[in-house]
Ligand binder design. Structure first.
Ligand code: KG4
Ligand code: ZN
Length: 336
């Protein structure tokens, strides 16, 4: 198994990628719908599905052309089939199965969070299992123990909002455009992270997260007519509150599981303040820190191809009955 096609349509990015030998990206095309959803302040599922229908095959064709690979050279197809927006997933999975049938190759369904974990293996060739990964995006905030290629456990997850969702909601309170994370980070650059002591939900010894209280605290603070802090100070303080909890729990997760490497993935990994804080915390705790570049952290099909590759290489296939699942968790393991 040398050349694999990856397809990703779980949310608002239509993506296709060609991967060689599980680690070399020959092409990775991402057609983002972000601008389209911006006017609604969030992803509109129906709109996302329709755009995937329009774009998925042209994106696959572009990925093949960019990789200078002919359809006959594709030996297997990996596609995100869970979790995600159901109508969006259906488009990618139907496309992958049709191509698999036409090209007489195997198709495997990939868990979206596992794909995010694999983005680090594409970014860092020296990275090997096992390691701990923090996946933080608009839809997920999970600490994952990646024991081996096929054995991944959730050891902590958000009990309410995802970290990216919290960035987006707070940004909206501050009147910033969608997606709020990058806008909030820009605003925070001129602010003081210690200006407002927003709450951190430590949740005692648990590796779980909670961000809904923070969102409420910010809304309450902003609505005070006599508030002292500027918008930049508020943005910097919120960013610090989110990053503090994420970093603290990621380090705890590594220490409790005895892992030597911490990986940060998902769209929120693009946040410089978070990335720098994690890097620093890892250094002072003797841990290795791996943060893939931004284009591998946000949704992309290269990570999907990488996650599906081990199973394709073993000759496994999900067959043409492969279904989609909107909500699907990795097995949970409590670590003391
Ligand atoms: O992984 P992603 O592209 O899409 C999914 O949600 O699956 O992540 C998007 C999320 C959004 O919530 C966005 O606001 C957040 O990641 N994000 C950021 C930054 N860039 C993207 N959050 C904070 N700082 C950033 N620089
Ligand atoms: Zn994602």
């Amino acid at each position: 198994m040398a050349i694999v096609l990856g397809i990703e349509t779980s949310c608002d990015e239509t993506s296709a990628a060609v991967l060689e030998n599980g680690r070399t990206i020959r092409s990775s095309i991402v057609a983002s719908q972000s601008d389209l959803h911006a006017r609604w302040g969030g992803v509109v599922p129906e709109v996302a599905s329709r755009m995937h229908v329009e774009r998925v095959l042209p994106t696959v064709v572009e990925a093949l052309e960019h990789a200078q690979v002919r359809a006959e050279q594709i030996e297997g197809i990996a596609v995100t089939n869970r979790p995600g927006l159901i109508g969006a997933l259906v488009v990618g999975v139907a496309c992958a199965k049709a191509l698999a049938l036409a090209w007489h190759v195997a198709v495997v369904g990939v868990h979206h969070l596992v794909a995010h974990v694999y983005s680090a293996l594409l970014a860092d060739r020296d990275l090997t299992f096992p390691f701990v990964s923090l996946v933080a995006s608009g839809g997920h905030t999970e600490l994952i123990l990646a024991e081996s290629e096929d054995t991944l456990w959730t050891i902590g997850r958000t009990r309410d909002d995802a970290a990216g969702e919290c960035f987006d909601k707070v940004a909206r309170v501050l009147g910033l455009p969608y997606p709020g994370g990058p806008a909030l980070e820009r605003l925070a650059r001129g602010g003081n992270p210690d200006a407002v002591p927003f709450p951190r939900a430590w949740l005692n010894d648990s590796l779980d997260f909670s961000f809904s209280g923070l969102k409420t605290a910010v809304a309450r603070y902003v609505s005070q007519p006599d508030r002292k802090a500027s918008d930049a100070d508020i943005a910097a303080s919120v960013q610090a509150a989110i990053a503090d909890v994420l970093v603290h729990k990621a380090i705890q997760a590594a220490q409790r599981t005895g892992m030597r490497t911490v990986v940060l993935a998902g769209g929120v990994a693009a946040n410089r303040y978070l990335a720098d804080s994690l890097q620093l915390a890892c250094e002072s705790n003797g841990l290795r820190c791996v943060i893939p570049p931004r284009d591998l952290c946000t949704d992309n099909a290269a990570m999907v191809a990488a996650a599906g590759y081990p199973r394709l290489a073993r000759g496994e296939t999900d067959g043409l009955e492969l279904d989609t699942v909107a909500t699907d968790f990795l097995p949970y393991r409590t670590v003391e």
